[in-house]
Every structure is written in C-alpha cells, then in structure tokens.
Design a protein around this ligand. Sequence first.
Ligand SMILES: [Zn+2]
Length: 94
Amino acid sequence: MPIFDYKCRGCGNKFELIVLKGTVVACPSCQSADLEQMLSAFSVSTDEMSRARVKKARARYIASKDVKDKHVAEAEDIREHMGEIPPPPPPKKS
Ligand SMILES: [Zn+2]
C-alpha cells in the first residue's frame, strides 16, 4: 500500500495518506492541496518491523514446537511404563 507523508504548506499539518489511484491528496485539517511530500519513513519502518516480527514469531514457533515434542515424547514414555494411565495435562501458562 503506498503510504506517503505530507506536510501542509497552508497550516503546517503533517499527515500520512494512503494514496490510491484517483485519491485526491488534500490536507485533512484545512483541505488545502498545497502540500509538500516528505520522505516516508513509515512504510519502510513498518515493513522492517513486520519482517522482524515474522522472524521472532517463527523463532517462537520453532521453540514451542520443540517443547511440545519433548512433552509428547515424555508422555509416551510415561504411558509405556504405566500402561493405560493418561498423561497429566500440560501446565498452563498465565
Ligand atoms: Zn492544512
């Protein structure tokens, strides 16, 4: 999504605007079309932020999968030794 930063030359208002095809760019506070387009750090930073978030989420997922596998292995081990007794439910966090 193309998000641009603008500064209104009329009232000095700074705002971000999603500019789609046919969007009329105007200041939301004074409706002036006399705007200065600024270098948008917003779209770049969100892109990088979401990439970092995906990386973190993936790391968390891998870690939790590991833990889960260990729990399953433990549970199966217990079942083998104790017959048909179901394993206790995993401890709930929070
Ligand atoms: Zn304005």
